[in-house]
Design a protein around this ligand. Sequence first.
Ligand code: GLN
Length: 429
Amino acid sequence: MSTLATVAVLVQKYLDDILAEHADITDGAVADYIPELASVDPSSFGLSLELSDGYVYESGDSATEFTIQSISKPFTYALAIDQVGTDAVDAKIGVEPSGEPFNEISVDDQTKTPKNAMINAGAIAAVSLIPGADAQQRFERLLDFYSACAGRRLDVDEDVYNSEKATGSRNRAIAYMLQSFGVLDGDPDEVLDVYFRQCAIKVTSSDLACMASTLARGGVNPGSGIRITSDAVVQRTLSVMMTCGMYDATGMWATTVGMPAKSGVGGGIIAVLPSQLGIGVYAPPLDKNGNSVRGLRACQSLSAQLGLHVMSVTRESRSTIRATHDIAAGVRVYELHGDLLFAGAERALRIVEHDSDEVDVAILELSRVDDINDVARRMLAGMRQSLNRRGKEGYLVDPDRRVMPAGSATASAVIFPTVAQALDAAGAR
Ligand code: GLN
């Protein structure tokens, strides 16, 4: 058996076991305040996990379609930020947990805007921010966005849509209240129509896993490789999911599962482990907060067994400095590797500066660095100046300027294609 097959079998077994472990739980009740939702099979149970490279694991009823309901909220929020910018969205929707049920008819006391975009009031306000000449255009834009995240064309469950439209007085009350506070521009009924449609979009747990892993990848759909929105939009969206995504159970979720997430009254949940994976679960019966009972338990098990908690404190998987060699008197080469972010760059440069008592020329070899962010790049570029102040010298070796591309951020660095050339410069100094 190939290694991949072995890994796949192992992970598949984790998923199947978690499903089996929780399949008999019958606690909770299927949502029926939208009459059509009451007709689903309460025993359905699907679990899907998509890795950040697009590899998918599925277990149980992972091909069963259900309505996305409130899991739509983070995606509409993301699209609103993407389309009109953070400031325009912040002017209408807050980012604080509400401490109230998802369908509360309320706004923040001070700002008179919805507390956050994960409750109905904020979600309806987010819909009103999506550009479009009419309801149809707005909805098409939303559907395109959701579909791009899911990697397939999604559509609406007309029965659930009509059912909610016929009975959604609470949401009507919310929309009209928002209009009276100046949060909603335009016709509240038109905005509501888009909101009811977005809630009735049909997905499977595997669609949700793909949508979640698109967030995990900072806005790139791992299957298609297409960038759908920016890192910044996703960072904001995940932050609000982390603090508000599971309604009044968000604190319990954050401690026991530890991933930004969102639930819907259709019985779905998504959870996102940034840069690593996305999870989609489906199990219709809900607890009193409106979260899927088995979905919550399955995510707790998955997080514990696979170690997915975002706050888990791990040892750095590899230290930044892979090796050091003294290649001539007073000349030391530092081989850096892995992903270079703030903490790694800070540590590496602290070691280089500490060594500068005995080393005259430090050469940082970067060809094994996988990824680097802007702050680490600026810090590496600044190394030379700080060594120069001590009468010492610092060079970088970056063969094809992959890590330190030419530009203003790297202008103060002296960069060579090979260690030998850096050594020549050290000798000529
Ligand atoms: N369409 C539902 C509503 O507005 C969505 C609520 C939810 O999933 N929590 O009531």
